[in-house]
Design a binder for this molecule. Structure first.
Ligand SMILES: Nc1nc2c(ncn2[C@@H]2O[C@H](COP(=O)(O)OP(=O)(O)OP(=O)(O)O)[C@@H](O)[C@H]2O)c(=O)[nH]1
Ligand SMILES: [Mg+2]
Length: 386
């Protein structure tokens, strides 16, 4: 886990207290953001991009940002403290390993579901303690689900995972690597994803549109219109043909800019998360997702009873599967060895039986010969023969 404390300028978090919900500015808020999705879609790059574009003079706080393009192999949490006009946000970003690396793909996302549930569980247990001050709150307020820009639509694995995520967290679908699709293809892909989300009844976070002031309503409409958000992630600063230095990805045909609304929705997404809808995300988590978890657990467990069921870790399951295979193999080999040995014993028994039989036949023959000898000798003293 890495952490840093930075004072940021002008990203708009000072507007947060103006949002509908009353919060004490001195205390600030905890906000936890999670990214998940298939491997190699740019989740870790996105986190770096978010930090470097959100926090002025951001310097790599830890190893993950130096060797950022390594495959993520375990859940990693990066913390930052943002402060503006006395308003504080304690931001935690949870990076997760991508799916698609395990033999059994279907279960590779279970640790992510477990992580979300565990945070609800931890919070619930702290609430049940006599002293409920200073609770540690790592409940996930928003989960960005990265979708592969394959030009078609959601895959069945995406649908299955998104359904589960949507029932326990504010799910925000994100189209990864927007620079790999033409603007036209991106629009068609967005439409397909939107249709698939609604056809499969996937519960995604959608901000309320209508508001008392017209400006907010229009802003909310423009946010809703671009969903699912397309993003471009980059850790590089590049120079555009008109001389601007921007964060982006350089191609022979030009520059794909992270913070350009014509190239992707990164800015809109960042605004939604950190500026316009952070409080909504926090209160939905509190009032809907956490409350649902709490009620479900209360209905199935006695007060204070520990959680029983825990889904399995796919890596452990793989290991268990391997052990089971080795064990079965060993048993099979031993059985074969035993059967061979049994065959040898049967053969030996048959040989000995045959031996015994021929000995019997020999004895019988000798008896007959002896009888004949007696008879020839006058039949005296017959009992001597045995
Ligand atoms: N074209 C393009 N490539 C990107 C973008 N974002 C990241 N990449 C590249 O995609 C590759 C994978 O990026 P990561 O950020 O490591 O992907 P990840 O989703 O964290 O992968 P896992 O940790 O394996 O799950 C890297 O080579 C990045 O440079 C993007 O927006 N567009
Ligand atoms: Mg990663």
């Amino acid at each position: 886990m890495s952490s840093l404390s930075v004072s940021s300028n002008g990203i708009g978090i000072a507007n947060l207290p103006n949002q509908k919900h009353k919060i004490i500015s001195g205390k600030g808020v905890n906000f936890t953001l999670m990214v998940c999705g298939e491997s190699g879609l740019g989740k870790s790059t996105f986190i770096n991009t978010l930090f470097t574009t959100t926090i002025k003079n951001y310097k790599s706080p830890g190893k993950r940002h130096d060797k950022q393009l390594d495959k993520t192999v375990e859940i990693e949490i990066t913390k930052a403290e943002l402060e503006e006009k006395m308003f504080k946000i304690r931001l935690s970003v949870v990076d997760t390993p991508g799916f698609g690396d395990y033999i059994n793909n279907r279960d590779s996302w279970l640790p992510i579901i477990d992580f979300i549930d565990d945070q609800h569980e931890n919070y619930m247990r702290q609430e049940q303690q006599p002293s409920r001050q200073d609770k540690i709150d790592m409940r996930v307020h928003a989960c960005l689900y990265f979708i592969r820009p394959n030009g078609h639509s959601l895959k069945s694995l995406d649908i299955e995972i998104m359904k589960r995520l949507g029932s326990r967290v504010n799910l925000i679908p994100v189209i990864a690597k927007a620079d790999t699709l033409t603007p036209n293809d991106l629009q068609i892909f967005k439409e397909n994803v939107r249709e698939s989300i609604s056809a499969n009844n996937i519960n995604i976070f959608s901000c309320a549109i209508d508001s008392e002031d017209e400006y907010t309503t229009v802003r909310n409409q423009s946010i809703a219109a671009v969903s699912p958000f397309s993003v471009i992630g980059s850790t590089e600063i590049v120079q555009t043909s008109d001389g601007r230095k921007v964060r982006g990805r350089e191609y022979s045909w030009g520059i794909a800019e992270v913070e350009n609304d014509n190239h992707c929705d990164f800015k809109k997404l960042r605004n939604l998360l950190i500026r316009t809808h952070m409080i909504d995300l926090i209160s939905y988590t509190e009032d809907i997702h956490y409350e649902y978890y709490r009620q479900q657990q209360m209905a199935t467990r006695k007060f204070g009873e520990p959680k029983l069921k825990k889904s399995e870790n796919p890596k452990l399951r793989e290991k268990e599967e391997m052990l089971r295979k080795t064990f079965t193999e060993k048993v099979r080999n031993e059985e074969a060895r035993f059967r061979q040995w049994e065959q040898q014993l049967i053969k030996e028994r048959d040989r000995l039986n045959k031996d015994l039989e021929s000995q019997h036949t020999n004895i019988k023959r000798l008896e007959v010969e002896l009888d004949q000898l007696y008879q020839q000798g006058g039949g005296r003293n017959r009992t001597v023969r045995r």
